[in-house]
Design a protein around this ligand. Structure first.
Ligand code: HAM
Length: 426
């Protein structure tokens, strides 16, 4: 056995899985173009302080999950545990705020979190991330949510459930949080130990606990919707009215609180059944105070992230067909040194014509070469042996219909091309 293994919580994406990733990537390119988003890539490494400031002390991400280390120059760096803070840093640093608002950006790339690995939850995952910056109109919340749902439809997912909530703003949330802590203060003996910690560090997350013993306490907890200030309530109601008008189904979920501190007003997730407990294929919301928190001018924003591994798992679970790359059309078999030279030249000529072609390596029997051709799914084998070279006519063995033809050497490519015409070659 090999000496090394992939790090726990990381995985290899093998060739068989790539058609799913390509399928999703095509849909991402299409949908982001339809909604006017442009691509941005930021470094995987950022200053640790960016996330402490942006995502927030007291969140699981910052307290327990970041891959943080000191570089050789003594700086504290972290592998990005999410996209948003880094995108906002780039927005400010590169002066993107001078562009027409909202500035719409998307990214795809790896994210690192030291979480407990399980199906659909990894320590390195890949996110499709979207941010729309500089506009507070709830119509933008609607559009960002519509984009997420459009993508999931486009890739062929069914059974998605949009969960939506408002977690208020710095004006109304503190009041709600104090009500919530007051309510929990008399129930700390019946909740789990994690909840006792949340009570101290991040009370809103109490509502997100999955432990059975905490469920009755959550069910009776005060509802944030009743505590929103008029601006937040108005924003939320307007957003819901836009969703209603567009007949987008949603569930208002007063327990939906997100694991990052920057959210204000709208928060949402999209859930899907079938990938175990990690059923969120998308999560996001508004972050109207984040840019200011990072030293920029007051600037609202909204976005979401979607885990591509979870999308792949769901596509597989739902048996969604995806296009696979076509098998190489042509296989060149050769017998003898001179034939091999001719085969090497001809395989390049096929490729130059845009026809996927393979050539046999090593010196192998014709039988073994035909077996290889079958295995890779080739449609036709060009057989080049001493006799063929002498006669100037090559054998074409059509594997799909078990026929064999003999064609003058200089007509081989043309003849194969004509035969394959009508078959998609990409
Ligand atoms: P998040 O909810 O932490 O939000 O992550 C977004 C999505 O990434 C999740 O819904 C899930 O699909 C996927 N995901 C998260 N953690 C894992 C994991 N360990 N393994 C596999 N997939 C995972 C954010 O990160 C926010 N920055 C999203 C955002 C953008 N909000 C505003 N703009």
């Amino acid at each position: 056995m090999a000496k090394f293994k992939a790090i726990r919580g990381t995985r290899d994406v093998l060739p068989e899985e790539w058609p799913y990733w390509d399928h999703i990537e095509r849909a991402i390119r299409k949908v982001t173009a339809l909604y006017g988003y442009r691509k941005i890539a930021t470094p995987i490494l950022e200053e640790t302080g960016l996330y402490v400031r942006g995502v927030g002390q007291g969140t699981d991400i910052v307290d327990k999950e970041m891959y943080t280390f000191e570089d050789r120059g003594g700086r504290s760096l972290s592998l990005r545990p999410e996209f948003t803070a880094g995108i906002m840093r780039a927005y400010l640093e590169n002066g993107l705020h001078v562009q027409p608002k909202p500035v719409k950006l998307y990214s795809v790339g790896p994210i690192f979190r030291y979480e407990r690995p399980e199906a659909g939850r990894y320590r390195q995952h890949t996110q499709f991330n979207v941010e729309a910056i500089g506009e507070q109109d709830p119509a933008l919340d609607f559009e960002v949510i519509a984009l997420a749902l459009h993508l999931f439809r486009e890739i062929g997912l069914t059974g998605t459930r949009l969960q939506i909530n408002s977690t208020g703003c710095p004006r109304c949330r503190p009041q709600y949080v104090s009500q919530l802590t007051e309510y929990y203060s008399t129930r700390l003996d019946v909740v789990c130990s994690d909840c006792r910690r949340r009570f101290e560090r991040n009370p809103l997350r109490l509502l997100d606990c999955k432990v059975p013993q905490c469920q009755p306490v959550i069910a009776e907890a005060p509802n944030i919707r009743a505590h929103l200030c008029s601006e937040c309530r108005q924003h939320f109601e307007t957003l819901l009215s836009y969703l209603d008008a567009a007949s987008v189904p949603y569930e208002v979920n007063p327990r939906l609180v997100r694991g990052l501190d920057y959210y204000t007003k709208t928060v949402f997730e999209v859930w899907v059944q079938g990938i175990g407990s990690q059923n969120a294929i998308c999560g996001g919301g508004r972050y109207d105070g984040l840019i200011e928190e990072l030293g920029g001018p007051p600037t609202p924003g909204i976005g979401f992230g979607s885990g591509i591994e979870r999308l792949v798992l769901t596509l597989q679970e739902q048996n969604v067909p995806v296009a696979s790359p076509s098998a190489p059309a042509v296989f060149l078999a050769h017998l003898g040194e001179e034939a091999k030279r001719v085969a090497l030249e001809m395989v390049q000529a096929f490729r130059a014509e845009g026809i996927p072609a393979l050539v046999s390596f090593g010196e192998r029997s014709l039988k073994a070469q035909l077996r290889d051709a079958n295995r890779v799914g080739a449609r036709v084998v060009v057989v080049i042996g001493e006799e063929e070279l002498r006669d100037g006519r090559f054998q074409l063995k059509w594997l799909d219909r078990g026929e064999q033809t003999s064609v003058p050497r200089e007509q081989v490519i043309l003849s194969v091309k004509q035969e394959l015409r009508g078959v998609a070659l990409d």
